[in-house]
Ligand binder design. Structure first.
Ligand code: AMP
Ligand code: GLY
Length: 424
């Protein structure tokens, strides 16, 4: 088979590594891919959002199966475009991707199907939003841009002034363009966060091993929000009892609700959950694998990923028994100095002896002579497995310490809260 992966992050590299294990795969292309994917795939300089060019390339090069892995191409309708050209895909069509592409759609879906989530109001004008916040008595309040905003469209406002500033930035200054033309104002929830990625074929849903992302840039959850600075899997807060409750109150109602709306979800459905004192609630849905969650979860997968993706495409997920390694994974992200704000690129990366650790490239690029240089904010994800969580964490940090580039930094506390929870 000839495959095409659409995207350029560490997640895409992790998906590539899993798919490349399948013996029937003869060739893999990546649009645009990155410096690490270049080893296993042929990287093609077409951006993930250039859907027409991607479709033309895939048709010309005999692509049998495509995996749009990032949110933008999915929300732009990459699956619809490729499928209409006869190229099978793993991923939701545009209508189903709206579960991530529009927070208003997602919140209304949850309300209609009684899926637990934060209480909310939707606003279409800044005047109405500001009037509501003026009367609001409880802070923090959470302000969310409706559309995609590179993971930056959520503001936790500690007081009325911060909330008003966020509304003005999104709705009047158009900080996120059209994504902020509608906003959601929602209740602030507390509790441990859990990411649950799942395979869904429209009818059947199979959760993957749970995980815990670390979103803030600095240790102890300080600093700005990022795309994710590290992950451990499984997540110790997500007990079998909580998993069973989530299945009944969240996962299945979401799957059935999407089908009832005429938008059956096929692909990876990501549940961002908060385990609140009042039970698990949905913080967000994503229509794709998480990044860096995929870099910790996929290395634990024993069943062949391509086989699963093909079963999702043909609605045969119920026929598979998906197996996982009984181990723990830790992924530590090495980032460019200054990320998530300003940072330099083009800096040479030195790789030492990293043993059994898996290196997933994210923001890297290969020079003509084959050397890798930095090309983004999150540069590399270093994943290690272990029989215990502390072993996995120690091995990931051991390997991360042998990789260097000017200004490189990582959080030093990935997994610390999870290890403390396990010890209780
Ligand atoms: P999102 O972009 O939706 O993943 O939101 C980014 C982060 O903001 C989440 O990972 C949470 O930590 C936080 N967040 C979002 N919604 C809420 C909420 N209603 N209450 C508390 N924290 C939230
Ligand atoms: N790590 C969070 C996300 O992929 O959205």
């Amino acid at each position: 088979m000839t495959l095409l992966i659409i995207g350029s992050g560490g997640r895409e590299h992790a998906i590539l590594c899993a798919l490349a294990k399948n013996k029937s795969v003869k060739k893999i292309y990546a649009c645009p891919g990155n410096g690490g994917m270049a080893g296993l795939a042929e990287c093609v300089p077409i951006k993930a959002t250039e859907i027409d060019q991607i479709r033309a390339f895939a048709t010309e090069h005999g692509v049998d199966f495509a995996i749009p892995a990032a949110d933008d191409p999915l929300c732009l309708g990459a699956v619809d475009a490729l499928e209409s050209a006869g190229i099978r895909c793993f991923g939701p069509n545009k209508a189903a991707a709206e579960i991530e592409g529009s927070k208003v759609f997602a919140k209304n879906l949850m309300k209609k199907y009684r899926i637990p989530t934060a209480a909310y109001e939707v606003f279409e004008t800044s005047g109405e939003a500001l009037a509501y916040l003026e009367a609001c008595e409880t802070f923090p309040a959470v302000i969310k841009a409706d559309g995609l905003a590179l993971g930056k469209g959520v503001v936790i406002a500690q007081n009325r002034a911060q909330a008003a500033a966020a509304v003005r930035e999104m709705m009047e200054d158009k900080k996120f363009g059209a994504s902020g033309s509608r906003i959601v104002v929602e209740e602030f929830l507390t509790g441990p966060e859990v990411s649950v990625l799942s395979f869904a074929d429209g009818q059947t849903l199979v959760p993957m091993v749970s995980s815990m992302d670390h979103k803030r840039a600095k240790d102890n959850d300080q600093g700005l929000n990022t795309g994710g600075m590290g992950v451990v899997a499984p997540n110790p807060f997500y007990t079998p009892e909580i998993a069973a409750r989530c299945r009944e109150t969240i996962f299945l109602p979401t799957l059935r609700g999407m089908a009832a709306e005429g938008r059956p979800f096929r692909g990876c459905l990501y549940f961002g959950l908060m385990l609140t004192p009042h039970g698990p609630k949905v913080i967000e849905y994503n229509c794709r694998f998480g990044d860096p969650e995929a870099q910790a979860v996929l290395p634990l997968l024993e069943t062949d990923l391509l086989e699963i993706m093909l079963a999702v495409r043909t609605e045969r997920l119920h026929t598979l028994h998906i197996r996982w390694k009984a181990q723990h994974a830790c992924c530590v992200v090495l980032a460019s100095g200054g990320y998530p704000e300003k940072y330099r690129t083009g800096l040479p990366i030195t790789l030492g002896e990293t043993g059994d650790a898996l290196l997933f490239h994210a923001g890297t690029r290969r020079l003509e002579d084959g050397r890798a240089v930095t090309a983004g904010g999150r540069v590399l994800g270093v994943t290690a497995l272990g029989n215990t969580l502390p072993e996995a964490v120690a091995a990931a940090y051991g390997a991360a310490g042998r990789i260097s580039f000017e200004g490189a930094f990582c959080r030093k506390d990935i997994g610390r809260r999870a290890i403390a929870a396990k010890a209780e």
